[in-house]
Design a protein around this ligand. Structure first.
Ligand SMILES: [Zn+2]
Length: 59
């Protein structure tokens, strides 16, 4: 099951929701900003099926 976390784009500063699989404790994936379409990395930590933290990193 997927959860959504609000992530802020490091390029344009827009916040939007990205889908994260909370069953994975540590994950890192690339997504495209919904607004400016530039790719950046999302680093997420989850615990007990919940998102503990999610942050954007410019790739
Ligand atoms: Zn953007």
């Amino acid at each position: 099951m997927e959860e959504f976390a609000d992530i802020q784009c490091p390029f344009c500063g827009q916040t939007f929701a990205v889908a994260i699989d909370p069953s994975v404790a540590q994950q890192c994936f690339t997504t495209d900003c919904e607004v400016c379409c530039r790719p950046f990395e999302v680093v997420a930590e989850c615990e007990d099926g919940e998102i503990v933290s999610a942050e954007a990193r410019s790739a």
